[in-house]
Design a binder for this molecule. Structure first.
Ligand code: FAS
Ligand code: PHB
Length: 389
């Protein structure tokens, strides 16, 4: 088998890249380890930056998003009983969109069906060979049968635990990591959201987040120890803990209900450089991870896809290698800004086991500054809605 670009990973990065390339007649094959239903069962991001919204429109997959999404002009931050808003619209005349990653992925799969592009599900044992040559190969197995694809390029869109990053020799790779000493316990419930915009809460019991997917689907999180398990958290215990971390005026309005999804996600900051090795390009979580505090994971995957799709189109349409040669540097420049915002908001809003009294005073002073300083709010707003590509 031969194709132009093999995309390893059928998550949002791989699907969006495949769609943008297909619109320019560039052939791709996506190799996905899981089933389509499994991929669509994951509950992850909820906030789309302007950049990703525009990419979805450019990819021709935005019709349902534009119809069903909710536009948020700002967000709220609470600390103990204090609550204040950061109004993106007033500060920088921009907004964000609430539309779940699951829906983004669903729309992209439906679009790929319509163009008839090849997606291989349950692709086992993917291996990338000769990526540092002009004739790379990708091998994989389905139902015990081995296949080989010859291609021009490989896009490693296979997430943090994929095979692509590890294909780059350790002597070439430089990895940067910070593991946070806590996780996020998240639930999804078919209840009306407690507030019309998100609330990021810093409380003496830890961080909490009130988010949503639509007017009858709420998404809530509480910071929890890494030793916790989902089984150890009843719904009632979750609701009690969530309310204890919110201002009274908000807590008393929480509508509780059974969780329809409950999971614990660890928090880490991670970047692997470079994002290119020969004919292999890393995209999204395959190259970098952020703590979800700043809602940057999916959105930074999107900017990688923007740079890589533009570079590959430039190559195929004009035989111009400038884009692919500068891809890693271009993508990493924006990745590190997203890493910084995610790291800064995580430090601002979470309680750390080893925090001293002085540390707590600094944290409160920083939140107070964000509450009353328009310049600080403008920096937050610019980063939250998404820096330009
Ligand atoms: P993904 O991990 O989504 O997709 C990679 C795909 O590759 C998967 O389908 C996987 O099955 C496949 N794959 C892996 N190895 C393979 C192999 N060897 N062969 C073939 N296929 C392979 N971001 C936010 O902005 N907000 C959030 O609230 C948020 N919550 C998250 C919660 C969790 C539990 C996790 C893990 C992530 C969360 N993220 C969040 C980040 C998340 O949204 C990612 O940024 C986003 O999924 C990135 O998309 P991809 O790069 O496509 O990677
Ligand atoms: C979510 O709705 O899942 C969500 C929203 C904002 C974040 C993280 C997660 O910062």
């Amino acid at each position: 088998m031969r194709t132009q670009v093999v995309i390893v990973g059928g998550g949002p990065s791989g699907l969006l890249l495949g769609q943008l390339l297909a619109l320019k007649g560039i052939e791709t094959v996506i190799l996905e380890r899981k089933t389509r239903d499994y991929v669509l069962s994951r509950i992850r991001a909820g906030i789309l930056e302007t950049g990703l919204v525009n990419l979805m429109r450019k990819a021709g997959v935005a019709e349902r998003m534009d119809r069903e999404c909710i536009v948020h002009d700002g967000t709220y931050i609470s600390y103990e009983n204090e609550l204040f808003s950061i109004n993106f619209k007033e500060l920088i005349d921009q907004s964000v969109v609430v539309y779940g990653q699951t829906e983004v992925t669903r729309d992209l799969y439906d679009a790929r069906d319509q163009i008839g592009a090849k997606t291989v599900f349950e692709a086992e044992g993917v291996q990338i060979l000769d990526a540092d040559s002009n004739a790379p190969l990708v091998t994989y197995c389905v139902n015990g049968v081995q296949y080989t694809i010859a291609c021009d390029f490989i896009a490693g869109c296979d997430g943090f635990r994929g095979v692509s990053r590890k294909t780059i020799p350790e002597t070439v790779r430089q990895e940067f990591e910070k593991v946070f000493p806590f996780g996020w316990l998240g639930i999804l419930s078919e209840t009306p959201p407690v507030h019309d915009e998100l609330i990021y809460a810093n409380s003496e019991r830890g961080f909490a987040l009130c988010s949503l997917r639509n007017e009858n689907l709420s998404r809530y999180y509480v910071q929890c120890p890494l030793t916790d398990t989902v089984e150890g958290w009843s719904d009632d215990a979750f609701w009690d803990e969530l309310r204890s971390r919110l201002p009274q005026s908000i807590a008393e309005k929480i509508v509780t209900g059974p969780s329809i999804e409950k999971s614990i996600a660890p928090l880490r900051s991670f970047v692997s450089e470079p994002m290119r090795w020969g004919r292999l390009f890393l995209c999204g979580d395959a190259a970098h991870i952020v703590p979800p505090t700043g809602a940057k994971g999916l959105n930074t995957a999107a900017s990688d896809v923007h740079y890589l799709s533009e570079a590959l189109i430039q190559y195929y349409e004009h035989s111009d290698e400038q884009g692919i040669d500068s891809y890693s540097e271009m993508a990493l420049a924006r990745v590190w800004k997203a890493e910084r915002f995610s790291w800064a908001t995580t430090n601002l809003l979470h309680r750390f086991p080893d925090q001293s009294g002085f540390d707590l005073k600094m944290q409160r002073a920083e939140i107070e500054s964000l509450h009353h300083n328009k310049a600080a709010q403008k920096w937050f707003a610019q980063n939250y809605v998404g820096l330009p590509y």
